[in-house]
Every structure is written in structure tokens, then in C-alpha cells.
Design a protein around this ligand. Structure first.
Ligand SMILES: CC(C)(COP(=O)(O)OP(=O)(O)OC[C@H]1O[C@@H](n2cnc3c(N)ncnc32)[C@H](O)[C@@H]1OP(=O)(O)O)[C@@H](O)C(=O)NCCC(=O)NCCS
Length: 188
């Protein structure tokens, strides 16, 4: 990501790699239960959150979304190796990425997350030259699924009561994906 030119601008937004100084701005919405409900973690302690946010491995995968200079959300871009047979594994190294998103609810319902994720897909496919992008979610995370479907991502996996939610319930999960050529044909 460091080789790309930042920030990436869209009609309403500006997207750039996160820095440790962005911890407080993201804590403001990530600590909310409504935001954390479907997320991997529900941070409870500001200091602990700031330390985890500043972890170099995490920072390297985190982007922030700004509108008029204010952070309104964040994105994950985590390159990974797809499964490949041993003899061709080197050709598969780093050719896909898992992506993720989180929006301050004060800015929800205006298409801003969709706009940011569309820009993220441009970064993945045009900027980084990836061949496939995927995203995982709980099956009940309707807002996230609608976002992916709006952008043409395809639901490829539906697991049954496979993921443990912090409520104690085992819930269905889904995985969506999109290939580079599909994005070129479908991008808004
Ligand atoms: C997932 C999440 C980013 C979706 O946020 P969102 O506000 O629904 O998404 P957008 O900003 O793209 O807005 C889309 C909504 O605004 C509406 N909208 C209004 N104007 C719009 C426009 N110009 N363009 C697109 N959509 C628009 C859409 O109809 C849509 O509403 P709908 O889903 O009820 O049909 C948000 O719910 C979130 O951050 N949740 C908590 C974290 C989370 O769950 N992350 C994902 C874990 S897998």
C-alpha cells in the first residue's frame, strides 16, 4: 500500500492509510455496541484499543475514510495467499485480499460506505493488481450484505451455525468475493 499515491479521493470522501494518531477518532464509533455488534471485537478500554490500533501489523492493513477532514469510518485491506497446490504456490502469493469496513453510524444511510468500498476495490484491482477480493460477515449482517451486493460482490460461502457470536449463539456466516475482471465490467 505504501507504493500507492494517497489520499484516494472520491466524490465525497478521501481515503488514506491510518496512523496511530487516528485511534481516538475511530474509537469514538467503534466502542458503540451498535457498531461492534457484528464486528470481531467490541473494544471496552480506550488505552487498550489505542495500543491494538497502533500495532504495526494492524496499521498496515487499516485505512481511514474522511469527509471534510473528519474521520467517519475505516477500512481493512489484508493481502493474503489463496489456496494453491504446492508446485504453483509461489504464483499465488499475495494475489488476493480480504477487505472489511466500519462506518460511524452518524454517517450511515447515505451511500458513503458503498462509495468508500468502491474506491477500495479500485485500489485492490487497479492499484495493487490483485486478482480476487473477499469479505466475510455474519449472515444476519444485512447492511453489510446489501453493501456487497450493491457493488456486485458474489455470495460464495454460507456456513451453518459455524461462528460464535459474543451473545453465546452459534450463527451462520457468509463469504462474498469479486474477481478483477468482474469489477472492470461492473464498477459503478
Ligand atoms: C456495514 C455498514 C458499513 C453499512 O453502512 P450503510 O450506511 O448501510 O452503507 P452506505 O453508507 O453505503 O449506505 C447505504 C444505505 O444508504 C442508502 N443510500 C442513500 N443514498 C445512497 C447513495 N447515494 N448511494 C448508495 N446508497 C444510498 C442505501 O439504500 C442503503 O440503505 P439500505 O441498505 O437500507 O438499502 C455499516 O452498517 C457499519 O459500519 N456497520 C457496523 C460495522 C460492520 O458491521 N461492519 C461489517 C462487518 S462484516
Amino acid at each position: 500500500m505504501t507504493d500507492l499515491s494517497w489520499p484516494v479521493r472520491t466524490e465525497r470522501l478521501s481515503i488514506r492509510p491510518a496512523t496511530a494518531d487516528d485511534a481516538d477518532a475511530t474509537w469514538a464509533y467503534r466502542r458503540l455496541e451498535s457498531v461492534a455488534h457484528w464486528m470481531t471485537s467490541w473494544p471496552q478500554d480506550r488505552q487498550e484499543y489505542a495500543e491494538r490500533f497502533a500495532d504495526p501489523d494492524r496499521l498496515a492493513k487499516t485505512l481511514v475514510i474522511e469527509q471534510d477532514g473528519r474521520i467517519i469510518g475505516d477500512l481493512m485491506l489484508a493481502p493474503e495467499d489463496p489456496w494453491a497446490q504446492t508446485e504453483v504456490r509461489d504464483r499465488a502469493a499475495g494475489v488476493q485480499a480480504e477487505i472489511g469496513w466500519c462506518l460511524d453510524p452518524a454517517y450511515a444511510g447515505r451511500g458513503l460506505a458503498t462509495e468508500a468500498v468502491a474506491a477500495l476495490l479500485d485500489v485492490c484491482f487497479d492499484g495493487l493488481g490483485l486478482r480476487r477480493v473477499l469479505a466475510n460477515c455474519f449472515a444476519d449482517n444485512g447492511a453489510s450484505r446489501r453493501l456487497m451486493e450493491r457493488l456486485g460482490m458474489r455470495q460464495e460461502v454460507h456456513t451453518v451455525r459455524e461462528s460464535l457470536h459474543r451473545s453465546g449463539e452459534w450463527l451462520d456466516a457468509m463469504s462474498y468475493a469479486l474477481l478483477a475482471d468482474e469489477w472492470r465490467d461492473r464498477r459503478p
